[in-house]
Ligand binder design. Structure first.
Ligand code: PEP
Ligand code: MN
Length: 388
């Protein structure tokens, strides 16, 4: 046995699922301890000298290292400042097969740092545990009449917040791009008329101040989840942020994007699962239902679901809403249009007035079974000042 090493423990590593096996092995550790854990997986051919070199380098950097020999493999657990270990380039040492960071690379948004679930307030509307908050409205603001009609329908369907895009990140440069500031003014008027606070997308860092001067919550769309300058800009704005998951992003990448916002001092972040790209062509995206409990487990931030963009199909909006509520979502963001057939954007999945009855029924009656109450819409407001 190596000098200075603790009593060795048997480690059974499941082939192909090394990370899970390591986590299982370490599951007795408290969350606090795990924050400081990194694991080195040694190659099968690794010798005592190879292991001693790893342990020596870690101890020289002020950390500690413990060797655990498995049936096929040996792992070395490092304890100390994981960020510092990253700079030791241990993967380059002879006999090292893999370096696994057990601690999460994100901090501020992790449950390890904030164990309780957060409630994010958008004006007086809460999003978080205990409530089911519905955000409804058109995919794109097209006119004052269309936006008001959609908002009134959304409110009667249980929405307490209004959505509507004025900067539309479209796949085609020839498609309707949104009304820009004209659309922001429409949203502000409809807010005054209905009392519904406004959630709208911002697509470039340069527009953050403008959009934040009208909107109550800034949406980062799926296509912009990796736009780090934009994430930093909405972080600096301090305004609540709705962060959609990128269509090809892992949950960890999504939480790292949230960390960019949090790192600028803004922890008012709501995560939104909106479907990921898979091989399945029947739906536009595949709603990753498991992302809800997984993100809740890893992060204290609320998680809502977009059943509209997930499947891109009107007939699936209500079934996916049911699934999302049952899986523990903190809210739903849904596209509603007074005349979906003539919508300038995403008419295929927008709910019409008639469709919203069943949606409202699900939001109202299923939420209590999931331990939540539907967030009521605030009373109609009258003229409200622009944000400055
Ligand atoms: C939207 O909500 O209007 C939108 C464009 O969604 P996503 O970014 O998820 O595609
Ligand atoms: Mn859309």
């Amino acid at each position: 046995m190596m000098k200075g090493a603790p009593e060795l423990r048997e480690l059974h590593i499941v082939p192909g699922n090394l990370r899970t096996a390591i986590l299982e092995q370490l599951s007795y550790e408290s969350l606090g301890d795990r924050r400081h854990l990194m694991v080195i997986v040694m190659a099968r051919y690794a010798t005592e000298e190879h292991m001693a070199a790893v342990v020596g380098r870690v101890r020289a950097a002020g950390g500690d290292a413990f060797v655990a020999r498995g049936r096929g493999r040996t792992i070395i657990r490092l304890i100390g400042e994981v960020d510092q270990f990253e700079s030791l380039h241990l993967q380059n040492l002879e006999g090292v097969a893999n370096v696994v960071r057990v601690s999460t690379p994100y901090k501020l948004v992790s449950r390890e740092y904030y164990p309780d679930r957060s409630v994010i307030m958008v004006g007086e509307v809460p999003i978080g545990p205990g409530t089911m908050t519905v955000i409804g409205g058109p995919c794109a603001v097209e006119s004052a009449e269309q936006t008001l009609a959609a908002a009134i329908t959304a409110k009667s369907a249980g929405a307490s917040l209004l959505r509507g895009g004025v900067f539309k990140p479209r796949a085609s440069p020839y498609a309707f791009q949104g009304l820009g500031e004209v659309g922001l003014k429409i949203l502000a008027d409809v807010r005054a008329e209905t009392g519904l606070n406004v959630v709208t997308e911002v697509t470039t860092p340069e527009d953050v101040d403008l959009v934040a001067s009208y909107a109550d919550m800034l949406q980062i769309g799926a296509r912009n989840m990796h736009n780090f300058a934009l994430l930093q800009a909405v972080g600096a704005s301090g305004r609540p942020v709705l962060l959609k998951r990128g269509m090809c992003a892992t949950i960890e990448e999504w939480l790292m994007a949230a960390e960019y916002i949090a790192q600028r001092g803004n922890l008012n972040i709501v995560l939104c699962e909106r479907g990921i790209r898979t091989f399945e062509p029947e739906t536009r995206n595949t709603l990753d239902i498991s992302a809800i409990p997984v993100a809740h487990r890893l992060s204290h931030l609320p998680v809502i679901v977009d059943p509209s963009h997930s499947a891109g199909r009107r007939d699936l909006v209500v079934p996916l809403t049911r699934a999302a509520i049952a899986a523990g979502a903190d809210g739903i963001i849904v596209d509603i249009h007074p005349d979906p057939k003539h919508a300038m954007c995403d008419g295929d999945h927008a709910l019409s007035v008639a469709d919203t009855r069943e949606f409202a029924c699900v939001a109202t009656h299923l939420a209590p079974f999931a331990g939540r109450t539907l967030t009521p819409a605030p009373g109609a407001g009258g003229e409200r000042p622009r944000y400055t």
